[in-house]
Design a protein around this ligand. Structure first.
Ligand SMILES: *Cc1c(COP(=O)(O)O)cnc(C)c1O
Length: 377
């Protein structure tokens, strides 16, 4: 059954990217080390300026990772005990974890079947007197329905915290995600569309007061420029100099890489069309997805995933267990009936390999392997 096969196609190939920019990266890292600019300093300031500009936000605060970005944003908005925050049922756990971390209560909303993002109708149903914020996630690089979310937020006086960890440079009605809500959070985890060589994250906002509260909180509550004058009790979460230098350099390539990801997605859609067992990602004319992941929905998902593995193709599931169904949220007592779309998706979704450097030959091989699976069954 297991045929001899030397091919291995990973779900993401960080090494291929490094090889394509090795000289620039090595020089960027060396320049930080030569100047001992490890914490704070010019490399961090430069990246904050570059990234804020790239996403169309006035202020950018570099932090230790994407989870901290969300945690610090919630803190800076004064969200805590007794408050409720609405998050999508299908996301990475960080989106929900941070709500508990600030002492507030997580409230899940189901996702939609067409774009897999948070369902505004369910958000509306979950709003109570205690709701303070909603965290739409631009999942897999697809912008969440921001007009609807912003309208609900406006009517109920809620903060909107965009979780843009998977959606650097994605646009919604011509606007970059990250510039639409009250505040937005990005992750630079190595596998993200803009990835550091370690952990990294950023908070962006057009609101100066929120930006300065985030900055102060993330740096031990320090009053500006005073090392041992702490105005509040804060936290330590900083983007370091080496990561900032790597990110500034990689940011120059990001629109090219994004175009390449879109091209890979387009080719998959051409190569995989007409297979009745598959549902391919939908295109929305008013949104430009950045395809952090290329997620298909399929019949016999687990068997297809095993078949691909035998062919040397790594595929992933994002995410195999909806957040409300995790052991971590057992206390909320949810069942699959509460989030029918999330429950269905977790059994059907499969993420195919996607990265800017993925070759057309490899893509053809992957697509033929998928097609072969359904032909023989
Ligand atoms: C990656 C990710 C995060 C967390 O980012 P880290 O940098 O890993 O802490 C948060 N939300 C979503 C949707 C993510 O994909």
């Amino acid at each position: 059954m297991t045929e001899q096969n030397n091919r291995h196609i990973p779900i993401v190939d960080l090494d291929a990217q490094y090889r394509s920019i090795k000289n620039e990266i090595d020089a960027a890292i060396a320049s930080v080390v030569e100047r001992s600019a490890y914490i704070g300093g010019t490399f961090v300031e430069q990246f904050e300026a570059d990234f804020g500009k790239a996403v169309g936000a006035k202020h950018c605060v570099g932090v230790g990772n994407g989870t901290d970005a969300l945690f610090i944003a919630l803190k800076a908005l004064g969200i805590g005990a007794g408050d409720e925050v609405i998050v999508p049922a299908n996301s990475f756990i960080a989106t929900a974890e941070v709500v508990t971390a600030v002492g507030a209560n997580v409230v899940f909303a189901d996702v939609r079947e067409d774009d897999y993002c948070i369902d505004p109708k369910d958000v509306e149903k979950k709003v109570t007197q205690r709701t303070k914020a909603v965290i739409p996630v631009h999942l897999y690089g697809q912008p969440a329905p921001m007009d609807e979310i912003m309208a609900i937020a406006h009517n109920h006086n809620l903060f909107v915290i965009e979780d843009a960890a998977q959606a650097h440079l994605a646009t919604y009605k011509g606007r970059k995600v990250g510039s639409i809500g009250t505040v937005a959070c990005f992750s630079f985890y190595p596998g993200k569309n803009l990835g550091a060589y370690g952990d990294g994250g950023a908070i962006v906002t057009n609101d100066e007061a929120i930006a300065s509260r985030c900055r102060m909180f993330a740096n031990h509550g320090r009053a500006k420029g005073e090392k041992y004058d702490h105005e509040i009790e804060g936290y330590n979460s900083r983007l370091d100099g080496i990561q900032a230098a790597v990110l500034s350099m990689k940011l120059k390539h990001l629109s090219n890489w994004t175009a390449q990801r879109r091209n890979v997605a387009k080719k998959y859609t051409e190569m995989l069309c007409g297979i009745p067992e598959l549902t391919l990602p939908k295109n929305f004319p008013d949104r430009e997805c950045v395809y952090h992941l290329y997620v298909i929905r399929c019949k016999k998902r687990d068997a297809l995933r095993r078949h691909l593995k035998e062919k040397g193709v790594e595929a992933g599931v994002h995410y195999p267990i909806g957040l409300p169904f995790l052991g971590a949220y057992k206390r909320l007592g949810h069942t699959e009936k509460d989030f029918p779309n999330t429950a269905r998706l977790q059994r059907e979704i499969l993420s195919l390999p996607i990265y800017p450097e993925l070759s057309e030959t490899d893509q053809e091989y992957i697509s033929a392997s998928v097609r072969g699976f359904y032909l023989t069954r």
